[in-house]
Ligand binder design. Structure first.
Ligand SMILES: Cc1cc2nc3c(=O)[nH]c(=O)nc-3n(C[C@H](O)[C@H](O)[C@H](O)COP(=O)(O)O)c2cc1C
Length: 183
């Protein structure tokens, strides 16, 4: 049976390149992976005062992650880091202490940017933060997609061959990673 992967998308923008990358990955991934796109609209701010009675949207996000065999973060870069919505989702998912929903789940990180550096700082930021509350993070291959601004047509289809190639390579490597490290 295919392994389910929660693909957490770090942008809320309607025409988000990150979302388009996530959809492209879902199409390119090998049959051993079933990618499910998780957007973060409506996920309320983490507030430690609410931990005893968590809001329904936190519970639902945590359950989505817990039902998955693996998690793939697909993120843009904001000010050399990850966007606040993604950080908030990570904070929500990482609690309660010792019971992070990400624990034990193989993790992949895909950063992208229309700019030249491909969101490398956002990816590094995640790599720095995740080890304390997640499962094994795939370190190779690394993927920082630059120049994504002209990678999609007006229907959101991926039209850049070079990008398709690296996404396919990444998806294949991640499938092997999930197979090896799945709980
Ligand atoms: C607040 C903000 C900060 C940004 N900082 C960076 C940055 O540090 N590095 C970068 O490559 N692009 C940066 N950008 C440009 C984003 O890469 C670009 O807006 C991209 O389209 C956002 O991803 P999305 O298309 O998935 O929404 C920034 C954009 C915003 C709105």
């Amino acid at each position: 049976m295919a392994h389910t992967v929660a693909v957490v998308v770090g942008s809320l923008r309607k025409e988000s390149f990150t979302l388009k990358v996530a959809h492209a990955l879902a199409k390119l991934a090998p049959p051993s992976l079933k990618l499910e796109i998780v957007t973060l609209h409506g996920l309320s701010f983490f507030n430690q005062d609410l931990e005893a009675t968590p809001p329904a949207d936190w519970v639902s996000f945590r359950e989505t992650i817990q039902k998955s065999d693996a998690v793939l973060f697909v993120t843009p870069e904001y000010n050399r880091s990850i966007p606040g919505v993604l950080k908030n989702a990570i904070d929500v998912g990482s609690r309660p202490p010792g019971k992070s929903s990400f624990l034990g789940r193989p993790i992949g990180i895909v950063a992208n940017s229309p700019g030249a550096l491909g969101g490398v700082c956002a990816a590094m930021n995640l790599k720095q933060s995740l080890p304390g509350y997640s499962g094994p993070i795939m370190q190779q291959p690394e993927i920082y997609l630059n120049g994504v601004g002209d990678a999609f047509d007006d229907k959101g289809n991926l039209v850049k061959e070079a990008l398709e190639k690296v996404l396919r390579q990444y998806a294949d490597a991640f499938a092997a990673w999930v197979d090896k490290h799945k709980k």
